[in-house]
Design a binder for this molecule. Structure first.
Ligand SMILES: Cc1cc2nc3c(=O)[nH]c(=O)nc-3n(C[C@H](O)[C@H](O)[C@H](O)COP(=O)(O)O)c2cc1C
Length: 189
C-alpha cells in the first residue's frame, strides 16, 4: 500500500482544507496508508538558517519540534498532499515555514542538491482562495511546489479552488471535488 502524507496548513478547523481532508481520508481508507499533519495544531518553527543540517548526510534539523519529528515520514512516503488557503496571494505563513524547513534536505555536495532518501515522490497542492484570481494563484502554487524537489518530490500537480470563503462550501462544488478526486487518483497511481 502506498504511504500518503496529508499536510493541512489551514487554521480554520471548520474550513475547506479540513472539510476536504476529512473526505480524502475517508476515500483513502483501505487504499493507502495515510498520515495527517495539521500544521495549525503543531509546533513548526521557522528555519534558523544555522546550516547545522549541512554538517550531516541525512535530512535532519537541530530544532526539536514537530517538523523535525516528521522528517522521516516526509522522506519515506510515496506522496504528499498539501491542503491550504491562499493568504495575501501567497502560501500562508505556517506553510512557508514548513517549506523553509525542507532546507534540512538540501546538500550542496550533491549534483541535485538533495540528500533525500527517496527522490521519486509525488506532490499534490490543493489550495483554497476567496476572490482569486485562481489562475494566477495556480501559477504561484506551482512555483512554490517546485521547491519541494529538494525533499524528493519531483512530480507535482496544483489546483486552486475559488470562491471558498464559506467554511465547508467545497463539498457543494462538483467541479472542484472532481479535481480533488483526480489528484487523489494520481497520487495512488
Ligand atoms: C490572512 C488572510 C489572507 C487572505 N488572503 C487572500 C488572498 O490574497 N486572496 C484570496 O482570494 N483570498 C484570501 N483569503 C481568503 C482565504 O484564502 C479563503 O477564505 C480560503 O477559502 C480559506 O481556506 P480554509 O477554509 O481552508 O482555511 C485570505 C484569508 C486570510 C485569513
Amino acid at each position: 500500500m502506498k504511504k500518503i502524507l496529508i499536510v493541512n496548513a489551514s487554521k480554520r478547523r471548520k474550513g475547506n482544507s479540513y472539510a476536504l481532508e476529512a473526505r480524502i481520508v475517508e476515500q483513502l481508507q483501505g487504499k493507502a496508508e495515510v498520515a495527517t499533519f495539521n500544521i495549525g495544531e503543531k509546533d513548526v518553527r521557522v528555519c534558523m538558517a544555522c546550516d547545522a543540517c549541512k554538517r550531516q548526510h541525512t535530512p535532519n534539523c537541530i530544532q526539536k519540534d514537530d517538523f523535525t519529528a516528521l522528517i522521516p515520514e516526509i522522506d519515506s512516503c510515496d506522496a504528499m498532499m498539501i491542503l491550504a488557503p491562499v493568504h495575501w496571494d501567497h502560501f500562508p505563513a505556517q506553510l512557508k515555514a514548513f517549506l523553509d524547513r525542507t532546507y534540512s534536505f538540501m546538500d550542496f555536495t550533491q549534483p541535485d542538491f538533495s540528500m533525500a532518501g527517496r527522490k521519486d515522490k509525488k506532490l499534490a497542492g490543493y489550495f483554497f482562495c476567496g476572490f482569486g484570481p485562481a489562475d494566477v494563484y495556480t501559477q504561484m502554487v506551482e512555483a512554490n511546489l517546485k521547491h519541494f524537489a529538494t525533499a524528493g518530490f519531483r512530480d507535482y500537480k496544483a489546483h486552486v479552488a475559488g470562491d471558498a470563503n464559506v467554511p465547508g462550501s467545497i463539498l457543494d462544488k462538483p467541479d472542484d471535488l472532481k479535481a480533488a478526486d483526480e489528484m487523489v487518483a494520481w497520487l495512488l497511481a
